[in-house]
Design a protein around this ligand. Structure first.
Ligand code: PDD
Length: 286
């Protein structure tokens, strides 16, 4: 069934939606994005995603779309028009489509492009991988130096995902100067002696919205959180490992580079955090 998508002020059947070949998102990956999950027809962590969108735009000096203040309404409209109970909403803003290809930014007459579409995903919360855990491999982090900005330059992450698939794994953890930065599209954690360890915020990782919520819930539940970098060797010695993102919530990692983490089964800390995150987020959904 055809989806209704949003492009620059219009709701259109996906077959009729168009973006120019001169769009800077297409030619220069000059665009930023957000992915927000939908549970029970409600948007999860919506304010956090919109706050990060504004920050990404600001860091790149990218003009905000005129509809910036209407994004809640647009998200809700797409959820309603496409009957999304459980799934994801993808939003992308680019620096627009000037008359020609030029490395220099266009003038103020060129309006940013705004695109949103839904992805229905039944079983997002009831993911069987929550019970089995996922396997990751480690790869070199070859991305640029501003990973805190959520840009659409996703080729390194896509290549990493393919390397994982070829190795019979589900995802890859990226390593820079011997330390784990994050997963291809998620933040990475280990648990040792009850302590939750995840890389500190900086330009090296995306400031995950799910990460912020999960760490807040962990601290509220009196769990100890240490925000610092860790190595793959330390992860191999950990009791548990897991990832977080808007599309996976909290998912246990049971093997790294073919070596079991802890018992090789999903651990109690990841299971508890997943439960708290899903419960609390559903309650706070908008
Ligand atoms: N990815 N790190 C990277 C590199 C990511 O791409 C993502 C999200 C995260 C987690 O951020 P959040 O908790 O705000 O979703 C961390 C999204 C889901 C994607 O690209 O599909």
């Amino acid at each position: 069934m055809s989806r209704i998508v949003y492009v620059n002020g219009e709701y259109l059947p996906e077959e009729e939606a168009r973006v120019s070949v001169f769009d800077r998102g297409f030619l220069f990956a000059d665009g930023v994005y957000e992915v927000t999950s939908v549970l029970g027809g409600k948007l999860i962590d919506f304010d956090g995603h919109m706050k990060r969108l504004r920050r990404s735009l600001g860091e790149l000096d990218m003009p905000a779309p005129e509809a910036l203040d209407d994004l809640l309404e647009i998200h809700r409209e797409l959820v309603a028009r496409n009957g999304i109970e459980e799934g994801l909403i993808y939003l992308q803003v680019t620096r627009g489509a000037p008359a020609d290809r030029d490395f220099a930014f266009p003038g103020a007459d060129v309006k940013p492009t705004l695109v949103l579409f839904t992805q229905s995903k039944r079983g997002l919360a009831d993911n069987p991988q929550a019970a089995t855990g996922i396997k990751v491999i480690s790869i070199e982090d070859i991305r640029w130096g501003r990973r805190d900005i959520k840009t659409v330059q996703l080729l390194p992450s896509s290549l990493g995902k393919m390397m994982a698939k070829k190795a019979g794994a589900d995802d890859a953890w990226m390593v820079e100067d011997g330390q784990v930065t994050e997963g291809t599209s998620n933040n990475a954690y280990i648990v040792k002696g009850g302590k939750i360890i995840t890389r500190q915020l900086g330009n090296e990782i995306l400031h995950g919205i799910t990460r912020a919520a999960v760490l807040r819930f962990a601290r509220e539940a009196q769990m100890v959180v240490e925000e610092r970098a860790f190595t793959i060797a330390e992860a191999h010695e950990a009791d548990e490992a897991f990832i977080t993102s808007a599309s996976t919530f909290v998912l246990p990692v049971v093997s790294i580079d073919g070596q079991a983490v802890g018992t090789g089964k999903p651990g109690p800390v990841a299971a508890r955090l997943r439960e708290i995150y899903l419960d609390e987020s559903r309650k706070a959904g908008v």
